[in-house]
Design a protein around this ligand. Structure first.
Ligand code: AMP
Length: 305
């Protein structure tokens, strides 16, 4: 039986514009992307906050995937966190158009009593002081996986380092790895991150895949080359969902399970970017997922002679 996962993160309404169109107030936020992916492999409970303006009926598909939303606090009279972004034509860069914190501004995560014993914790992108608060509420989780963003590296680095020290697996993107450590070269940056506490560091490199670094091993996975990327929002959180879900499914953390986790994360991320919001992530079938995992295996298979 898969281990149960708890995720604490942002639960948002996103307005996103890319070369392929625009969505307004669509389901978004790190915790929703994460749980849509992780629930493919293991039971997930979300702790987050929304206002009473949130369209709860939009969560039906997540519920159908078995995601528990009992820990989603609904603040009466409050306004849901909203984020707006516009992607550049190359789909790599983006500009944040607005960040309206709303109920997120005073969010104090309260982990429901029964969720404190969940063995797997994913600290999605929220303020590091809140991540520390969540860690303090948990009853010795077996596996703590952490994500962050440049905002917290700029404004709360000391707290972030405290979180990293209590983390087993750190997932960051290449820019964040360089920014936290001041190291230009990715491998040097990853090794510097390992020295802060985690046993494993996974560096996401967008369309260039992911690099996993441990004290005595390295693993590099490509991203699946795609002809069409509609909306890259949340790809990192989706990667983390597939990654953590896979580890929870297997119930152990070793070189083999970690490598499969990177590939499952990459496969789910490749679906996520095919549509706006959680659209594709919620519609992908187990058979489609299986086919894509095989495509990943074929992509890097070769013989030396
Ligand atoms: P990513 O594409 O990985 O940067 O993740 C995008 C998601 O992060 C969107 O769905 C946003 O709602 C969410 N987001 C944007 N800004 C923040 C923030 N300051 N804190 C937490 N989540 C955020």
């Amino acid at each position: 039986m898969a281990q149960e996962i708890l995720v604490v993160g942002s639960t948002a309404l996103d307005t996103v514009e890319t070369a392929h169109g625009k969505v307004e107030d669509a389901l978004g936020g790190s915790a929703f992307y994460f749980s849509a992916a992780a629930s493919r492999y293991a039971p997930v409970q979300v702790v987050g906050v929304v206002g009473d303006d949130f369209p709860l009926e939009q969560l039906a598909a997540l519920r159908q995937l078995g995601v528990s939303l009992d820990g989603l606090e609904i603040v009466p009279g409050g306004r849901t966190f909203r984020w707006g972004g516009r992607y550049h034509a190359d789909m790599m860069g983006r500009d944040t158009l607005f960040t309206e914190l709303g109920v997120f501004q005073t969010f104090q995560p309260r982990i429901p009593e029964q969720a404190r014993r969940r063995p797997v914790l994913f600290l999605a992108n929220i303020q590091p002081s809140l991540q520390l608060d969540v860690l303090d509420q948990m009853e010795s989780p077996l596996l703590v996986v952490t994500d962050t963003m440049n905002l917290w590296i700029d404004t709360a680095l000391a707290d972030l380092k405290r979180v990293i020290a209590r983390t087993h697996i750190l997932i960051v993107n290449d820019e964040e790895a360089r920014q936290i450590t001041g190291q230009r070269h990715l491998l040097a940056a990853a090794r510097a991150l390992l020295s802060l506490g985690p046993r494993t560091v996974v560096v996401k490199k967008g369309e260039h895949g992911a690099l996993m670094v441990r004290a005595d091993s390295l693993f590099a996975a490509p991203a699946l080359p795609l002809e069409l990327v509609v909306d890259p929002t949340g790809a990192g959180d989706t990667f983390a969902g597939g990654f953590v879900g896979s580890l929870a499914l297997e119930g152990r953390v070793d070189e083999g399970s970690l490598r499969r986790a990177v590939i499952r994360g990459s496969a789910l991320a490749s679906f996520s970017v095919e549509d706006f919001s959680l659209g594709r992530l919620l519609s992908v079938t187990p058979a489609e997922l299986e086919t894509r995992l095989r495509e990943f295996a074929a992509l890097t298979e070769f013989t030396l002679v």
